[in-house]
Design a protein around this ligand. Structure first.
Ligand code: FES
Ligand code: FES
Length: 170
């Protein structure tokens, strides 16, 4: 048994706690966007998802260790600036590595506003079909879009605008 939030939805997996997150997502939650590519040896990165803001190989983590975690899969990134940028840069290749790449790069964008090309290349999922330059450009494009949409820091309200705390009369 393990409870966590997946793409914003509270889920309870009635499974052996040793079950890899990859199979809980695919087989129990029917979130089949997360792929398996290397038999769980940790080499391909196709199974990458985001756990509590960081990229995680879902084949290597047991659901029992994720009690209360916040998980985002490729299904939760629809409409994300990176997803849109991948389309705009025509960086959609085999579709097998792409979910893992997208999750890894989205986590990178959460940690770094302007990731360097080397950071993109260091993600666990590498494209073997020649799209790496487009993937780099897509991350750059997404970073630009996210920076443009960032809200300026909020000014604290003026003293007179701070609501009073009113306690009922006894
Ligand atoms: S399935 Fe290959 S790293 Fe997880
Ligand atoms: S897009 Fe998957 S290997 Fe290139």
């Amino acid at each position: 048994m393990a409870r966590m939030r997946v793409n914003g939805q509270a889920l309870e997996f009635a499974l052996d706690p040793a079950t890899p997150l990859l199979w809980a997502l695919r087989d129990a939650a029917n979130l089949t966007g997360t792929k398996q590519g290397c038999g769980g040896t940790g080499e391909c990165g196709a199974c990458t998802v985001i756990v509590d803001g960081g990229a995680v190989l879902s084949c290597k983590v047991a659901i029992g260790s994720l009690e209360g975690a916040d998980v985002t899969t490729i299904e939760g990134l629809a409409g994300h600036p990176l997803t849109l940028a991948l389309v705009a840069e025509d960086a959609i290749g085999c579709g097998f590595c792409l979910p893992g790449f997208t999750c890894g790069a989205a986590a990178l964008l959460q940690q770094s506003a302007r990731p360097a090309a080397e950071q993109v290349d260091a993600l666990p999922t590498r494209c073997a079909c020649g799209l790496q330059p487009r993937l780099r450009r897509a991350v750059e494009r997404a970073a630009g879009a996210m920076a443009a949409n960032a809200q300026p820091p909020q000014q604290p309200p003026a003293r007179s605008q701070i609501p009073e705390i009113v306690t009922p009369p006894r």
